[in-house]
Design a binder for this molecule. Structure first.
Ligand SMILES: *[C@@H]1O[C@H](CO)[C@@H](O)[C@H](O)[C@H]1NC(C)=O
Ligand SMILES: *[C@@H]1O[C@H](CO)[C@@H](O)[C@H](O)[C@H]1NC(C)=O
Ligand SMILES: [Cu+2]
Length: 182
């Protein structure tokens, strides 16, 4: 019985976290376009598992997901996935780095590319794992990105508040049920 309650607690907690999932329209109203400043678009954003990227674009573009080593040179010889329907949703299902480029190499070299770092949900509860090591030094990060950690941290503490309370409450309930049933 206690194990069942623990399990239910876990399920409810997971559900509570997924409820905070967001859909981000890439480039906001400018969309996925050569004229959009995609490099600064993600500066003030934190992506967590469960969030969704929505790419909206005209028929002259595509969304190609590529590997890290193909991102800088806009190499789309071997893409992980490609879409050209003008309205592409990409679910961020796991922590890690995701790299997207336009399949038109000139557009990509002109800046039509996007790198996002997806954090696990637990990262919200442990600011110690802030995404300082984001690009591992393999290619240069724009200096504007160095503003990120402080912004992310302040957003993080606001974000984590109710979840801590909820977590504490569920932990209390789980302990209570354990004491009662054992
Ligand atoms: C692009 O990647 C492929 C392998 O995925 C490689 O064979 C090719 O040489 C690369 N092209 C350039 C220009 O680096
Ligand atoms: C684009 O995709 C999103 C999510 O899949 C959907 O909600 C929206 O209605 C779509 N918009 C158009 C114009 O098809
Ligand atoms: Cu393009």
């Amino acid at each position: 019985m206690a194990k069942l309650l623990m399990f239910l607690t876990f399920v409810i907690l997971s559900f509570a976290f997924t409820c905070t999932a967001k859909v981000y329209t890439v480039g906001d109203s400018s969309g996925w376009d050569i004229s959009t400043d995609l490099d600064s678009w993600d500066n003030d954003k934190r992506f967590v598992v469960g969030d969704v990227l929505l790419f909206q674009y005209s028929s002259t573009h595509t969304v190609d997901e590529v590997r890290r080593e193909d991102y800088q040179g806009c190499n789309t010889t071997n893409v992980l996935q490609s879409s050209s329907n003008g309205n592409t949703s990409v679910a961020l299902t796991a922590p890690g780095d995701r790299y997207f480029v336009c399949g038109n190499k000139l557009h990509c070299l002109g800046g039509m590319k996007l790198h996002v770092i997806v954090e696990s949900d637990q990262a919200a509860a442990s600011p110690a794992s802030a995404p300082q090591t984001e690009s591992g030094g393999a290619f240069p990060t724009p200096s504007s990105k160095s503003n990120n950690p402080s912004a992310a941290n302040s957003a993080m503490s606001i974000h984590a508040g109710p979840e801590y309370l909820f977590l504490a409450f569920m932990g209390f309930m789980a302990t209570l049920s354990w004491v009662v049933w054992i």
